[in-house]
Design a protein around this ligand. Sequence first.
Ligand SMILES: [Zn+2]
Length: 199
Amino acid sequence: MILVMFLFTFGCCRSRLKAPCQQPPRIVVKPLPKPVKSVLTLRGGQHLDNLHPALVKRARLLYERAQALGIEIRFISGYRKYRAKKPKKPGGSLASWHNFGAAFDLNLTHRKSMREALKNLNHDENQWNQLGKIAKELGLTWGRPWGDAEIFHFEWHPGHPEALRAPAFQRLIKVTGPKVKNYRRSWTLFDVVEIEDKS
Ligand SMILES: [Zn+2]
């Protein structure tokens, strides 16, 4: 991964000495600090398996920063296999970013279920907002603005629109196959320039 990132980052710039860079401009992400905790020590860390490594890194940083504020979380979902579905409304989303290894869900550890968390949303409001703030700092998109039921959801897919409507979905399945079997191939379309640590 590091080698790939290295070539990706510097391959273009080197050629710039001779000719203008042919690559489209890419978003440069400021490298994040290395998380301290290993995935294995995180509550629900197994749900981070099969996600994009840069998202796993952000999940770990979110966990650590929340913990430093006294907010304990556990991951409850991560990669989910794609199953073709009809959007709930016309022009709606055709798939979830979970299907592309680009989203995870979490809950507060003192809430035993999502239902309990939703029932106590007013009580936990401050903690959820703190999580949303940290997530934003890490470049993640939080589901809260879409409705209370999405409060558990965090996603990350730089360079792509939030909802996977037809045009974005078509672009992705061109590289993953129509059944999204090789979902990791979609990551080549992400605008990531970041040296990763080993997760
Ligand atoms: Zn989710």
